[in-house]
Design a protein around this ligand. Structure first.
Ligand SMILES: Nc1ncnc2c1ncn2[C@@H]1O[C@H](COP(=O)(O)OP(=O)(O)O)[C@@H](O)[C@H]1O
Ligand SMILES: *[C@@H]1O[C@H](CO)[C@@H](O)[C@H](O)[C@H]1NC(C)=O
Ligand SMILES: *[C@@H]1O[C@H](CO)[C@@H](O)[C@H](O)[C@H]1NC(C)=O
Length: 309
């Protein structure tokens, strides 16, 4: 395996309406769509669409959503040997309402994602140790991510950790175990307690994360401003810009970046990390020019050849 992701699968249920309903109000919407989401699966599918050999360690419910999700993963060439279907719980869902002016509200019900156990990670140990890169996020219990990261680092497998969505109760080992600690601006702000609004702020946040929290490499994604990278404590952070695009839907851009970074770390380990970040940012910028999440992620044959050179 190139990339293994221990993380979430969620079905997105998206209702569009002129405005968001108030408490007790029933309104008629204008459009409905479903999508495959969950940060873990998004990152896994990104790397798979680029051509990496990918596997997912996850749980879905024994319901129609779970069956749909398994089929989606198989269609995206994701190895599902460690995706378990569990009874008496729903597949993870995100019920999303989007108003005409773009404001939204979201309820995520983790369902089966919350039932991942340390023994599921133990059962996946052979898979993890045979992979080049492990990727974890925060949509499953943090003890599970920790167990997976420990297993990976025991076997010298590179670890990318995307601390998203942001969490306040943070086990300090989550800072020091990963090789690459990759928050966005919001998450970096919450974890460091300093505002992260500019490139300079992000550089300060990198220094705080490496000097005061024990992070190894830090990459902060900055939307249209690309990313800021600090290789390790004491080294100057670098700004790695991305070319402007006409953004249509930025949902899942961060996941596209993380999955692409995992792809390059696993398949092109000889590339300098700033070059991997530049290419991953480009791929994420392509994803924001199309609507949807996983369906907006480009396949290898839809990208220019220099991305793979
Ligand atoms: N408007 C944009 N123009 C170009 N690239 C973008 C844009 N928005 C996001 N990206 C790319 O996606 C990456 C992740 O986006 P970001 O907004 O930081 O993540 P998140 O989805 O976590 O908020 C960025 O580093 C950048 O490469
Ligand atoms: C959208 O409209 C609501 C009022 O219906 C308002 O509270 C909200 O701030 C608006 N959001 C944006 C992004 O304009
Ligand atoms: C960072 O990611 C979180 C999801 O984890 C999202 O809610 C937030 O809007 C993102 N921040 C920015 C600045 O894009």
């Amino acid at each position: 395996m190139d990339v293994v992701v221990v993380g979430s699968c969620n079905i997105d249920l998206i209702s569009y309406a002129t405005h968001l309903p108030k408490e007790g109000e029933t309104i008629t919407g204008t459009k409905f769509s479903t999508g495959f989401g969950g940060k873990g699966a998004n990152q896994c599918v990104t790397a798979g669409k680029l051509g990496a050999k990918v596997a997912m360690v996850s749980k879905v419910g024994n319901d129609a959503f779970g069956q749909d999700y398994l089929k989606n993963l198989q269609d995206c060439n994701v190895n599902c040997g460690q995706v378990k279907v569990v009874d008496d719980v729903s597949t993870g869902v995100a019920a999303i309402t989007v108003a005409d002016n773009g404001s939204n509200c979201i309820i995520i019900v983790p369902g089966a994602n919350d039932l991942l156990t340390v023994s599921d990670v133990e059962a996946a140990e052979d898979l993890i140790k045979s992979s080049k890169v492990l990727v974890c996020q925060n949509e499953i219990p943090s003890v599970i991510s920790l167990a997976a990261m420990k297993s990976a680092s025991n076997h010298k497998v590179k670890v990318i950790y995307n601390p998203a969505p942001a969490q306040k109760d943070f086990n300090p080992e989550l800072f020091s175990l990963p090789d690459f600690f990759c928050p966005n601006e919001t998450e970096a702000e919450l974890l460091t307690g300093c505002p992260v609004e500019s490139i300079d702020d992000a550089m300060k946040a990198c220094r705080d994360l490496t000097e005061n929290h024990g992070c190894n490499s830090v990459i902060i994604t900055m939307g249209k401003n690309g990313a800021v990278y600090q290789q390790r404590r004491g080294v100057d952070p670098l700004h790695i810009p991305v070319d402007a695009v006409a953004a249509v839907d930025t949902t899942g851009a961060g996941d596209s970046f993380i999955g692409s970074l995992a792809y390059f770390l696993a398949t092109r380990p000889e590339l300098p990390v700033p070059e991997m970040i530049k290419r991953a940012s480009f791929i994420a910028s392509v994803s924001v020019t199309k609507p949807g999440t996983q369906i907006s992620y480009p396949r290898a044959d839809e990208l220019p050849a220099h991305i793979f050179s």
